[in-house]
Ligand binder design. Structure first.
Ligand SMILES: [Cu+2]
Length: 334
């Protein structure tokens, strides 16, 4: 008798869970995916992840801050003193500030055009091997490469959307600094950029995933070609109310090897000037906050923050490794 009750209880519990799951899965089928909620945009560190309605414009500003303060050989840290046994100098820490400006315009509900440009400020503190001069810092700053692309939305049903991105970069960033490859401001080549994004919404939660890449196909004026940069990322947001959403994200990054080399950069004096030490893989975990102002004077303005922390790094050695990336952004659609 007792086991019968237990069985019945288990049955109802399973049945109830299944019913809840079914509600959860089928509930959103009644409405369409919409950008008009705080998690209608991805975490701010993701680019080209949404499209617009016909005739709509968007202007945006994103600030990225990336800090590096150690070298990795694969995934293990290499003390600076070990590097300075083999090189004259090496980076002690590096701060990269990127101010990115974006303009989006939708020529139709399906096609959104996008233009992105950035101003970069890189600061590198160099440590020198004993007997090879004083420690000092270097800066490189200016315009980076401009990105032009088209986002084509090909699926908009069942509370989901999908779009592709196809575009190219214009090599406006300087690459002739007498500095390591990561201190240059561009790739020096017209690169292909492409991506595929999937978005889904439920009543209070949302999901997204994106695969994207940037590819150089020929050598730049400094006799080298940047390796491919491929990213796969997935995120989820939760709608607390009409205007605020916390979001979490995972981001997998792959950077391919540089081929060729800049004849001005002697790879034996600083590992950052060795073209072989710029490839690797990194996984970042991110936490962000999206705020969407819906009323008043600033209606239509979005403010967002994201913090990314590397949880896995496997870098071709020895290479300076990120400690964290912080992102802040403002966007306005009209
Ligand atoms: Cu936009």
């Amino acid at each position: 008798m007792k086991s019968q009750i237990n069985n019945r209880y288990t049955f109802f519990r399973l049945f109830g869970t299944a019913l809840l799951l079914l509600c959860f899965i089928t509930e959103p089928l009644y409405s369409q995916w919409t950008a008009a909620r705080p998690d209608g945009h991805a975490p701010i560190g993701v680019h080209a992840e949404h499209t617009h309605h016909k005739g709509e414009w968007m202007i945006g500003y994103k600030y990225f801050m990336t800090y590096s303060d150690r070298h990795l050989d694969g995934n293990s840290e290499v003390p600076l003193s070990n590097i300075l046994d083999n090189y004259i100098m090496a980076g002690q820490d590096m701060m990269m500030h990127m101010h990115m400006f974006e303009v989006m315009y939708a020529t139709s509900d399906r096609l959104t055009l996008m233009l992105m440009g950035d101003l970069m400020f890189h600061n590198m503190n160099h440590a020198h091997a004993p007997g090879f001069g004083e420690d000092h810092s270097h800066n490189t700053s200016g315009l980076g490469d401009i990105r032009l692309s088209g986002l084509y939305m090909f699926y908009d049903r069942n509370n989901q959307r999908m779009h592709t991105e196809l575009g190219f970069t214009i090599p406006t960033g300087r690459i002739d600094y007498f500095e390591g490859y990561d201190m240059q401001l561009g790739s020096g080549t017209v690169d292909l950029i492409s991506g595929l994004t999937w978005l889904a919404q439920r009543e209070r939660t949302s999901f997204g995933a994106q695969a994207s890449g940037q590819f150089s196909f020929y050598e730049n004026s400094r006799n080298y070609r940047r390796g491919e940069r491929v990213n796969a990322t997935a995120w989820s947001g939760y709608v607390i109310n009409d205007w605020i959403s916390p979001l979490i994200r995972l981001s997998l990054n792959h950077t391919g090897a540089i081929s060729g080399r800049d004849p001005n950069l002697d790879p034996s004096i600083d590992p950052a000037r060795n073209p072989n030490f710029h490839s690797g893989q990194q996984v970042d975990a991110g936490a962000g906050l999206n705020v969407y102002l819906r009323e008043g004077r600033f209606s239509g303005v979005r403010l967002a923050l994201e913090f990314l922390y590397p949880i896995y790094q496997n870098l071709d050695d020895p290479q300076m490794a990120n400690r964290f990336t912080g992102v802040f952004g403002v966007q306005y659609a009209f």
